[in-house]
Write a protein that binds this ligand. Sequence first.
Ligand code: SF4
Ligand code: SF4
Length: 447
Amino acid sequence: MIEIQNNAAASSATSGYGPGEAPEWEYFFKCIHCGLCLNACPTYRELGFEMDSPRGRIYQIIQVERGRLPLGDSFVRHIDSCLDCRACETACPSGVEYGRLVESARAQINRYYQRPRIGRRVRRVFFEKLLPDRKSLDRLGTLLWLFQKSGIEPIVVKSGILKLFSKKLGRVAALSPRMEKPFFTERLGQVVTPEGEVRYRVAFFAGCIANLAFARLNDATVRVLVRNGCEVVIPEAQGCCGALHVHAGIRDRARELAKQNIRTFLDGDFDYVISNAAGCGSVLKEYPLLFEREEREFYERAREFSSKVRDVTEFLAGIDFNRNFGAIRARATYQDPCHLGHAQRIRSAPRQLMAAIPGLELVELKESEVCCGSAGIYNVVQNEMAERLLKAKMQRVDETGAELILTANPGCLLQLRAGVARSNRRRRVLHVIELLDEAYAGRDSSS
Ligand code: SF4
Ligand code: SF4
């Protein structure tokens, strides 16, 4: 039985955290250690270890704060193994904002824990050089596209040569996204206007990797918004949202990216800023958290920006959306993305949109709120656990008999497509917005 003294006095000057954005007492004191979050936690469900549960992780966060546990290997291992899926927040009766806690713990790990050199280098290149730099991303995307088009890729994958280097590399290669030319990057700076009356003037947040690997999803999103009376502006100066940086504890870089996006989108004076990626939308809505303790002068602008951010499903379900759909006769099921369901608390909006499509039979997926294992780059860095979660998810999908798997986040699309590729059953995996786009096109072609 865990016993923790919840009082500020117990929070001593011998804290194991250094200066910076450490987990704060006012957030972890809310945990009453009831354990109601345990069975909602994917890692606890798989491993059954208290230390890999939300309650156990909060306990460790407090122990470091009290100076009773070093900010060392064991702490880092259990914090790293968390998906930051925030299912524990949904389950918690006490209002613990677990995302804040784990992201602060990771900020401390990022500052004060020395990871192995190779890991540090890979992180530096990925987070500092690649994600924030559109040109580098485009170059890498083009190389990957050539590799995928050349016909060499299936030979390399089938030969098992990657597994000679490491088993994990072989598995992770199967998760690599397909590059989609022309990249959506080419559309940055465009304004797309509807034929009739302009009901809303919205800005589309296009993402970073999504410009390359989900270019057709982004095209579809713009089309769907235009069909709903939106003038869609795709600001040129936008950039990576910083969600992966926040999850990895790299908060200084996340703040830089946030400031760039806040300036860009507020300058345009849009009605809404629309995202089709649950992970990006969630961090865009939480930009104020980045400026609570650092660079406070940006806090109010971050709040103003965040108040305009909408997930595309949330936006459409909140207006009198265009129901001029053609029929799609298929049995479908829906996986709730964690950062839509748990972080943004959006569950009914995508279901309302799907329910409006004639012919679509929607079968609820058992445990649709449990993470599929994608979680940003978790499926790459914690591949073994991600594989276990994907396997469990695909078993649940099999039970539905659905031929169509729907979700609302690019990362989940990738993970679920990898699951389908390994199974004997061919199924399509689509974003809800791609389905809407097809349904609109179906009506056009039948009229
Ligand atoms: S449900 Fe909430 S209060 Fe209970 S142990 Fe989990 S985090 Fe703590
Ligand atoms: S965020 Fe997800 S993986 Fe992490 S403790 Fe909460 S439920 Fe478990």
